[in-house]
Ligand binder design. Structure first.
Ligand code: ARG
Ligand code: ZN
Length: 876
């Protein structure tokens, strides 16, 4: 059943035009499709029967050029409809199918969320609407007529521009006709029908066209869509200014729905969003959510050019649109906010999610070579590592060279279903730089490890930086070729200032060197004294670096690296090293003093009030327990990691007490709430201080925490305190949780914070609590946000309780995965992925996790989604 990249063949048939007539009914929606079909001139000589994809469909009729087909003229299976005889010239194919939106809990195809009809077609959901060539290299123009009860669905939306609407005889039903002039693959098709309220605005494009913008939300929630609208307009402007990209339809609609498998979807002119990524007000949303809304709204909007105008030839090219669009949304956020803080947040996320994926059995190349279920490849590797690959191209070519390559890509491939190779070729052609070795990044999985060594020759005044790249095996890739790795670097003199760089006698202006061999030495001349190297500035490549730095050197970088990203990186590496040492100390019973030294160095770095608050907040955040587990890599005891983590938090809290108390006082909000980056940064710093103070656990600290909850005027502060309190337990926790529940019980989005805060608590009773939560009336296995808030949070963000030594956490997850698989295989597979690092656990837990995985592997009639994940997780 696996599909392979090497087997790609152009389609034997093309579909140029699609006319859909969809009559929406809760359990029996009729879909009539009229297709203009012809043989693909690029596949001549391949006279094949026309084989259409279709799943979970009831076929009512088929006709070719108006003549109904008899049973013997076609062959029907669970997944295909094959026409045995088709005309040799172009023809019209009419197909009528019925689907059941109400019963559709997989949330692919047409389904109902909160009574709203909506659709999700990427990757292969269109085949759940009608029989079609469901592949991204078949591009057609669509005209869509929607019909529904006026009472149930006063709003009817589809891709493109509205042509016509009207009421039907009898007066209870109405229709709308939408036309999208831009040829698109069927995965970008979308419809919405429901009783929703819009907020509207307009945007004037750079060429002076007016675009009508609307965001549709639940009635009464209109005010909460204002931030998303603001983000949309800023995104549209930014894409014009930064990339010269203008919007290309008269309308742009966004719809927020409650039940959605992912974050959002870039359907042409009709983006559909998970409502948690649209709705925000100071009372209901944290700063992190405001930030996420801004970035996802931008992401989906940017897809209009990188994804829609230029789409993917096949699903192996997914990173062509996703990696590039993540890069674009990250650049947008960097321009809208603090670029350094944005980079820190992005790199933190990359390491936590993608590095962990790359280090385990689910590791795969940014451009995978085979898959069983494509939905399993919407991963941190394709998205976030994919974005790093684009960023490395920008680093290698420089800002202007990169822009020229992008311009060429848009010019050459507009309207195409393109490949990663074609994308990279544009940068080679625009710049003349050979990127053939660089392209290994797309095909070789795993995080490269750089071993760096600096030798200083005091007589010659030469610093030799030796760097070796180690490429560990990953599933299916036992050995690897050396990669082209751009390393941005600096050398710090004794006073902490950057030295001028001369590489092989020539000035190195941009500070970027290219590592292309397995082992390479970079020779820097005219270096007056032994320098401290600052490597991988701005995180110029997604790699791990090992460099033996003394505590003094690490402290110099932390205090004075001119590259603020690396200043943070130095602090983070120092913290990680300290934590790994104290886990070791807990294992062996030895003692270590590293913690105190680290705490003091951290204090002097954070003290610098010339640094912006958001940045200082990032300094104060220690690496997570899962980061430490990943760094330790094998025989991990999550209980010890948790203990070491708590101890260090407490030590930092005690050592820096007065500083943290000052910050807590000084960073209090000065005026009315504003979601802007600067105000959010002050709240972040204040909450980071609160976290460390609370770790001390004195009665004063606990009282401060409870008061922080009680007096909070916004959700950032309230949710922060709620998580900390829920993690401590006691009366204060109960009071806060009950209050939160009473306040937000009716709010389907906000209540997820109440679920997640309990699921994340490291207290011993958490598993029983979680088991009670999935029985709670507000919980449902059919609602992905609820599953993620409870099961996802417990399995992915609560290492100590999920990894209980008795294996009960794994058994719970197994039960949930098996139950979910019958409802929503995509979500089931995601939840199962949380077990991917099981082989890195100490032997007792490892055995328990293996048993849980085997129980899933043995279960009958698993979905391809779960089957693929369980096989890969167990096998590698
Ligand atoms: N293209 C969407 C985005 O990243 C993601 C949709 C993926 N959905 C899925 N079922 N695999 O913006
Ligand atoms: Zn995307």
């Amino acid at each position: 059943r696996p599909v392979h990249l090497k087997d790609y063949r152009p389609p034997a048939y093309l579909i140029d035009r699609v006319n859909l007539d969809i009559s929406l009914e809760p359990t029996r929606t009729r879909v009539h499709s009229k297709l203009a079909v012809r043989a693909n001139p690029k596949a001549v000589g391949r006279r094949e029967p026309l084989r259409l994809d279709g799943e979970h469909l009831e076929l009512a009729s088929i006709a070719i050029d108006g003549r109904p087909l008899a049973k013997k003229d076609y062959k029907l299976t669970d997944t295909t409809l094959t026409l045995t005889k088709t005309p040799s010239g172009p023809f019209t194919l009419d197909i009528t199918t019925f689907v059941n939106p109400e019963a559709n809990k997989a949330l692919q195809g047409i389904y109902r969320s909160n009574k709203v009809y909506c659709s999700q077609c990427e990757a292969e959901g269109f085949r759940r609407i009608t029989y079609f060539l469901d592949r991204p290299d078949v591009l057609a123009t669509y005209t869509v007529r929607l019909e529904a009860d006026i009472a149930a669905a006063p709003i009817l939306l589809a891709n493109g521009n509205l042509l016509e609407r009207g009421t039907l005889p009898g007066g209870s039903r109405h229709y709308a006709i939408w036309r999208d002039p831009h040829p698109k693959p069927c995965y970008l098709f979308a419809i919405v029908g429901g009783n929703l309220a819009p907020i509207s605005s307009t945007f004037r494009t750079m060429s002076g066209r007016n675009v009508d913008l609307a965001i549709y939300v639940e009635h009464g929630k209109e005010a909460r869509a204002a931030w998303a609208m603001d983000s949309l307009k800023r995104s549209m402007k930014w894409d014009e200014e930064r990339f010269g990209r203008e919007y290309d339809l008269d309308v742009f609609n966004i719809v927020a729905v409650s039940d959605f498998n992912m974050g959002a979807m870039e359907n042409k002119g009709l983006n559909i969003f998970n409502d948690r990524l649209i709705l925000a007000s100071p009372e209901t949303a944290t700063d992190a959510i405001f930030e996420a809304i801004e970035s996802v709204v931008a992401h989906e909007y940017f897809h209009n050019w990188t994804g829609n105008r230029i789409t993917c030839r096949d699903w192996f090219q997914l990173c062509l649109k996703e990696g590039l669009t993540v890069y674009r949304d990250q650049e947008f956020s960097a321009d809208e906010r603090s670029a350094t803080v944005q980079r820190i947040i992005d790199v933190r996320g990359l390491k936590t999610h993608q590095f962990a994926e790359d280090a385990g059995p689910l590791a795969h190349p940014v451009r995978p070579e085979s898959y069983i279920e494509i939905n399993n490849f919407y991963t941190a590797t394709v998205y976030e590592k994919g974005a790093e690959l684009v960023r490395m191209i920008a680093t290698i070519l420089g800002r202007d060279g990169f822009r020229q390559g992008m311009d060429l890509y848009f010019e050459r491939h507009d309207g195409d279903a393109a490949t990663v190779d074609e994308f990279v070729t544009c940068f080679e052609d625009a710049s003349g730089v050979d990127l053939s070795q660089f392209k290994l990044w797309y095909s070789q999985a795993g995080t490269p490890e750089l071993i760096a060594n600096l030798r200083y020759d005091k007589d010659k005044k030469v610093a030799n930086l030796e760097v070796e790249q180690i490429l560990a095996p990953t599933p299916g890739q036992p050995s690897k070729k050396p990669m082209h790795i751009p390393i941005r670097l600096g050398l710090l003199g004794a006073n902490g200032h950057d030295l001028d760089l001369r590489l092989d006698g020539k000035p190195l202006e941009d500070g970027v060197v290219s590592l292309t061999k397995r082992k390479q030495t970079f020779r820097f001349s005219d270096v007056p004294s032994r320098p401290v190297p600052s490597l991988l500035r701005g995180f110029s490549a997604p790699v791990n670096v090992t460099l033996d730095l003394s505590d003094e050197d690490a402290e110099l970088l932390m205090a004075s690296d001119s590259d603020l990203f690396n200043r943070w990186q130095a602090a983070n590496t120092y913290a990680a090293r300290t934590l790994v040492e104290s886990v070791k100390a807990l294992t062996t019973g030895k003692r270590t003093n590293q913690g105190l030294r680290f705490a003091r160095a951290l204090g002097s770095a954070v003290q610098d009030d010339k640094l912006e608050p958001a940045y200082r907040a990032e300094l104060l955040k220690l690496p997570t327990q899962s980061d430490i587990a990943r760094i330790i890599g094998k025989n991990v005891d999550p209980a010890l990691v948790h203990r070491a983590h708590r101890q260090l938090m407490k030590l930092v809290g005690k050592t820096l007490g007065p500083l943290l108390e000052d910050l807590y006082r000084d960073m209090a909000d000065r005026g009315p709430f504003s979601p802007d980056a600067e105000s959010a940064g002050r709240r972040a710093l204040r909450n980071a201080a609160l976290t460390l103070l609370a770790a001390r656990g004195t009665p004063t600290d606990v009282a401060r925490l409870a008061q922080h909850y009680g007096t909070a005027t916004n959700m950032t502060d309230r949710a922060h305190a709620l998580f900390l309190l829920a993690g401590r337990g006691g009366t204060e926790a109960k009071v806060a949780l009950d209050d939160f529940y009473a306040t937000w019980e009716k709010d389907n989005v906000v209540i997820d914070t109440w679920f997640a805060a309990q699921a994340q608590s490291p207290l011993a009773g958490t598993l029983s609590r979680v088991k009670a939560l999935i029985k709670h009336p507000l919980f449902s296995l059919t609602a992905p946000n609820k599953v993620r808030a409870v099961v996802g949070t417990f399995a992915a963000a609560n290492p100590v309780q999920f990894n209980r030594p008795d294996g009960a956490g794994y058994a719970f997850l197994t039960d949930q995965v098996l139950a979910l698989d019958k409802i929503n295989p995509q979500i089931a597979a995601r939840m199962l992925g949380t077990l991917r690092s099981w082989r890195a656990l100490e032997s007792g837990r490892r055995a328990k996790a293996r048993k849980a995985l085997q129980r899933i592997a043995r279960a009958k009639s698993l979905s391809p989604d779960v089957q693929e994940i369980v096989l890969r997780v167990l096998e590698a």
